[in-house]
Design a protein around this ligand. Structure first.
Ligand SMILES: N[C@@H](CCC[C@H](NC(=O)CCC(=O)O)C(=O)O)C(=O)O
Length: 365
């Protein structure tokens, strides 16, 4: 008789381990966007083991909070998902002249930040502010799938706080606000024909050269917003077209990503792009407006002072935008060099993780 297959056991996370060890354990549970279930289970089990925390599960988001009666509440938020794996899970340790590195998908974006936040639950069981931890799914993909957005719709009270800290990679400095990001498709059209008699067709892929010319000639701006200089960017991130090896194609689509400064609203960003690609067939497929730095809120100022270095702008899009829109001042702070995020050799220097935890412990003590 054969027995029914059993589901693989959820790996146990030791939240009292060194945060670099914990980062490694998190990286070893793959969690590409949309497939975070195993990691969310592991995080939920570890948070349930902390007896003083109230824990909530919403899809593959896990939220926990203290009820210590403090006058302030700080929200520590991190996404659990990663961009696709590229032979970089499980994690490995590599030594070079700069030190020891943990090489793994998600090491920078943003499992080291998640590890710091998770480790805080055991390092500082009675913080000076009430704390809410939010670990959520599907941040790296279209805005409509974002797990924090779902939590905001289903349980808005769980996101309340005086300051939200997103543990996105900032190399241990504060990065304020974030650029907006949007994606759109620019499609060129033609007429199908046999490629042996191309003169009766019209090649849509060749027309895509006009779209690429616009992109190549575009000069992105750097826009200073409340003292921080946000670099914009406009890039093709995909291109598709073609019917068969002997057919003149009638359609070609260029997938474009525009990163825009937080001084532009979503509508302004869209209008800017529509003007740039006037006359082309365009369709917007994702829109995530940015957030101004917002570092003037008293509690944000205190945190910046505690970290002790000048804030920088965040060039990527992060959920500081969502917290800011909800009226919660928010900033980015976590280990890892954002320049290494999403790279094939994504890696975090092991000795840069614990200092972020130490800084939070000091600030919240
Ligand atoms: N809906 C957006 C989401 C993109 C989110 C992603 N964020 C990061 O990589 C933050 C890391 C950093 O820059 O520090 C992004 O900016 O691409 C979309 O689908 O594009």
């Amino acid at each position: 008789m054969t027995s029914a297959p059993t589901a693989p056991a959820t790996p146990a996370l030791d939240l009292s381990a060194d945060p670099a060890e914990l980062t490694r354990a998190l990286c070893d549970i793959p969690s590409v966007s949309g497939d975070e279930h195993a990691l969310a289970d592991a995080v939920e089990a570890a948070l349930h083991a902390q007896t003083d925390l109230e824990v909530l599960r919403d899809g593959d988001a896990v939220i926990a909070r203290t009820h210590l009666g403090r006058s302030r509440r700080v929200v520590l938020a991190g996404h659990l998902d990663t961009v696709p794996i590229r032979d970089n899970v499980p994690a490995r340790l590599v030594d070079d002249a700069d030190g020891r590195w943990l090489v793994a998908r998600g090491a920078v974006d943003m499992k080291a930040g998640d590890a710091v936040f998770l480790a805080l639950t055991t390092r500082l069981p009675r913080p000076a502010a009430d704390v809410t931890w939010v670990f959520y799914d599907q941040e790296e993909v279209a805005a409509e799938r974002n797990g924090l957005g779902r939590v905001a719709r289903n349980h808005p009270d769980w996101l309340a706080g005086d300051l939200a800290i997103l543990g996105e990679p900032t190399d241990g400095r504060v990065e304020g606000g974030c650029n907006g990001t949007c994606r759109f498709l620019v499609t060129t059209h033609g007429r199908r024909a046999h490629s042996a008699r191309a003169w009766v067709g019209d090649n849509a892929i060749h027309h895509a050269a006009d779209v690429l010319d616009v992109l190549r000639d575009f000069r992105p701006e750097t826009i200073t917003v409340d003292g921080l200089a946000y670099r914009e960017g406009l890039n093709a991130v995909g291109i598709s077209g073609g019917v068969a090896g002997n057919v003149i194609p009638d359609e070609c689509t260029v997938h474009v990503n525009y990163r825009f400064a937080p001084s532009r609203s979503a509508a302004e960003a869209e209008q800017h792009m529509r003007a740039l690609f006037a006359g082309f067939d365009m369709r917007f497929v994702d829109m995530s407006p940015g957030a101004r730095p917002g570092l003037d809120a008293p509690v944000a100022r205190e945190f910046v002072a505690a970290v002790g270095t000048d804030p920088l702008p965040k060039y990527g899009w992060t959920d500081v935008a969502r917290f800011s829109a909800l009226g919660v001042p928010a900033l980015n702070y976590g280990p890892g060099d954002a320049l290494l995020a999403h790279a094939d050799d994504e890696r975090v220097r092991v000795d840069t993780i614990a200092p972020c935890l130490d800084a939070l412990v000091t600030w919240l003590s």
